[in-house]
Ligand binder design. Structure first.
Ligand code: ADP
Ligand code: MG
Length: 693
């Protein structure tokens, strides 16, 4: 296979645009994409015609506006290119159809920002993300807004947040004499996932309906041997990964790294970073392709944050940075960060924003699925803090506490093997426990859930950092000596927000207590984390940066809570169904079977020992009764949840329904350990985790 040749073959990318568009049209389109110039609508017709010709040459018969409603998923509505010309059919895509579409918006969540009777929603072309052909259809990335202009999706606010960074960062850059046309945020998301067999998946109602196992006794070999991480990849998985890479590459997605993750059956794919907007679209498409490619291999790709209890869940590290169109990375410390006022100012902007808005940053990654990870062993804790590493940590300490800063000697690592090369050592070791870590010239926000649409976290990050920039720019524009004024800001902000910096082990036992002393938030679940989004200070930052209106901000919070409540409701109903119709009857059958065995043994000889059967009969009977009672309790409590109020219902889900589900699971998992595998109605953790070979 010739990778350079096939890379991006399904994408209407720069190379194709250059080849297929009239020169003037091409230039105007690139000016929009690269310099953020408003799209000249007069070119839409020409772009649409070229796009259609190219798509038809790739076998496409349809086109769709592809958008990202608040479900967190992608949505599409296909139209054919067919137009009737007398009794002849021609293939056509007009400029207007490229630019706007009007899907029925009434069935998408809107958090009340659009009454359902006003079902009009518009999709509008996003020229900054390239169109592509998939399954005979031309996909056109679009934003999704209501008739009255309120955003109904995740892309429009993301683009607004990127525009805010562009606006405010350029002001700061200008003060330092740095000129550029455009400032963009960049993201490289590391995607974790599990692979199981299709046969096993088909038999698990919980996986099919909720994406995670709601029952399941632990497997005797989990991840304790630490042999899966970076371990040898199984042949079936190797085949899958190869196919996935080729597929991703054909869509211009630069899949770069692949390896086994910590848990059995867990893996990771990381692309090379790109502009945030494109990174989001690519990640959404990647998740879809990961599933469809798995199907071809008789596998199912699980993207849920916690498919299995007792072993690691899956996250999505969001590597984030800011750079100019001239190639300058705003978070590059350079050889002497201590003398790099601009870099220190950038660092202070992040430290300030992350401390001031830790609540909304935490809320931006809060989902029912991710609640199972944050605060557990493998993921960062639910407390937001920043890790800077030894070198920057020492620099910040010297700024805040005074005292001298001794830059570390440029060290070279030697591994004591004469043949191996000397390698330059990183300035700081890695810290895997921090939710927000500085890693060289970018920040790695590690709290995102594996199935999340990464827009939410990036909208938040961009907005709060743009807000820091704005405050700094306001101040610096009034100063006569910019450098001195900037140094003053750095010292002030790092001092004021010093509490958010934590360079030690985030899993350590002392951290929660220490964080509490520092006054840091520790919201452990979605129901408790999301309500900060209703606080006026947190709404204001979005309004100030032009990302959300007051109404949009509130609507988003409503949707987060609504989604959470709905998901847990589905999980509860699924558990009830599985327990009542499959598990409790199966255990009862097994008990009956044992009783029959006892009876037939006794028919041979009255005082034959039957302890092995009777002890199990007794234990299982008690457990099955406990499970029955737990189901009844859960049913009752689910029925009592007041669904009319998003806050109250999400609180009930977190603090009543989830504990009920826990109680039911405890009895069932105990029963699984005692029930003959011939009778157990579902594939076990052993099957699920080890059947892919
Ligand atoms: P790790 O060791 O954590 O895997 P890497 O350096 O391999 O870290 O990078 C992980 C991700 O970070 C990759 O997707 C990479 O493309 C991305 N990345 C690197 N530089 C940047 C940047 N400037 N902005 C955003 N993402 C970046
Ligand atoms: Mg990483």
């Amino acid at each position: 296979m010739n990778v350079p040749e096939m890379f991006g073959e399904n994408v209407f990318n720069d190379a194709v645009q250059r080849e297929m568009l009239p020169k003037e049209v091409y230039k105007a389109l690139r000016a929009t994409i690269e310099a953020g110039k408003r799209l000249d609508v007069s070119i839409a017709g020409a772009v649409a015609a070229a796009m259609k010709d190219w798509a038809v040459s790739k076998g496409a018969t349809h086109y769709t506006h592809w958008f990202q409603p608040l479900t967190g998923l992608t949505a599409e509505k296909h139209d054919s290119f067919i137009e009737l010309d007398g009794d002849k059919v021609i293939m056509q895509l007009t400029g207007k159809s490229l630019i706007v579409g009007e899907p029925d918006a009434s069935s998408f969540p809107s958090g009340g920002s659009r009454a359902t009777y006003m079902a009009r929603g518009y999709t509008a072309w996003d020229p900054t993300s390239p169109a592509f052909v998939k399954d005979g259809t031309l996909y056109i990335p679009t934003i999704f807004v209501s008739f009255t202009g309120e955003t109904l999706d995740k892309k429009a606010p993301l683009l607004r947040s990127m525009a805010a960074i562009d606006r405010q960062a350029k002001r700061v850059l200008k003060l330092f004499g740095i000129d550029c046309r455009k400032v963009t945020t960049t993201v490289g998301p590391e995607q974790e996932y599990f692979l199981i067999t299709e046969e096993d998946y088909a038999k698990r109602k919980d996986l099919r309906l909720t994406g995670r196992t709601l029952f399941g006794a632990p497997v005797s070999r989990g991840q304790e041997l630490e042999d899966h991480y970076f371990g040898k990849i199984k042949p079936a998985v190797t085949e899958y990964m190869r196919d996935l890479d080729e597929t991703l590459w054909s869509y211009g997605i630069s899949s770069k790294t692949k390896h086994n993750e910590v848990a059995p059956a867990q893996h990771e794919m990381a692309p090379v970073f790109s502009t945030t907007n494109v990174a989001v679209d690519d990640n959404m498409l990647s998740m879809e392709l990961m599933r469809t490619v798995a199907k071809k291999h008789g596998l199912v790709c699980l993207l849920h944050e916690k498919p299995f209890r007792g072993i690691n869940g899956s996250g999505k590290h969001n590597n984030w940075s800011i750079s100019t169109d001239t190639g300058m990375n705003l978070f590059s410390p350079g050889p002497e960060p201590e003398n790099n006022t601009f870099f220190k100012l950038m660092l202070a902007a992040v430290v300030k924003a992350v401390d001031d808005y830790q609540g909304i940053l935490r809320a931006s990654v809060a989902t029912a699925g991710n609640d199972h990870r944050l605060g557990a062993d493998e993921a960062p804790p639910a407390i937001i803090s920043i890790y800077l590493g030894d070198q920057l940590g020492a620099l910040v300490d010297s700024i805040v506490k005074g005292g001298s800063y001794v830059p570390p000697e440029a060290t070279e690592g030697s591994i004591g093997v004469p043949e191996s090369p000397i390698f330059p050592k990183d300035a700081s070791d890695r810290n895997r426990t921090s939710p927000f870590a500085f890693t060289g010239n970018k920040f790695e926000f590690r709290m995102l859930g594996s199935q999340s649409n990464i827009s939410d976290a990036n909208i938040c990050l961009n907005t709060i950092i743009a807000d820091s920039f704005e405050q700094f720019a306001d101040e610096l524009e009034k100063a006569t000596d910019v450098k001195a004024a900037a140094e003053k800001i750095v010292k002030r902000e790092l001092t004021d927000h010093y509490r958010i910096i934590f360079n030690m082990d985030g899993y350590g036992p002392g951290w929660e207590a220490e964080a509490e002393k520092r006054g840091l938030l520790n919201n452990k679940n979605t129901a408790d984390a999301v309500p900060v989004l209703y606080e006026q200070k947190n709404i204001d930052v979005y309004v100030r940066q032009g990302v959300y209106t007051q109404a949009e901000a509130i609507a988003r919070a409503d949707v987060f809570l609504e989604n959470y409540t709905k998901l847990i409701n589905i999980e509860a109903l699924t558990m009830i169904e599985m327990a009542k119709r499959d598990i409790i009857p199966a255990v009862s059958d097994f008990i009956a079977n044992l009783c029959q065995n006892v009876a037939s043994k006794k028919s041979v000889c009255e005082d034959i020992p039957c302890e092995s059967e009777t002890s199990v009969i007794k234990s299982l009977s008690a457990l099955n009764d406990a499970a029955t009672a737990a189901v009844a309790q859960l049913e009752k409590d689910v029925a009592a949840v007041d669904k009319s109020d998003v806050k109250a219902s999400s609180q009930a889900m977190a603090h009543v329904i989830l504990p009920d589900m826990e109680a039911l699971r405890a009895s069932v998992d105990e029963m699984e350990k005692l029930t003959s595998s011939d009778f157990w109605p579902y594939p076990t953790y052993f099957d699920l985790l080890y059947d892919v070979m």
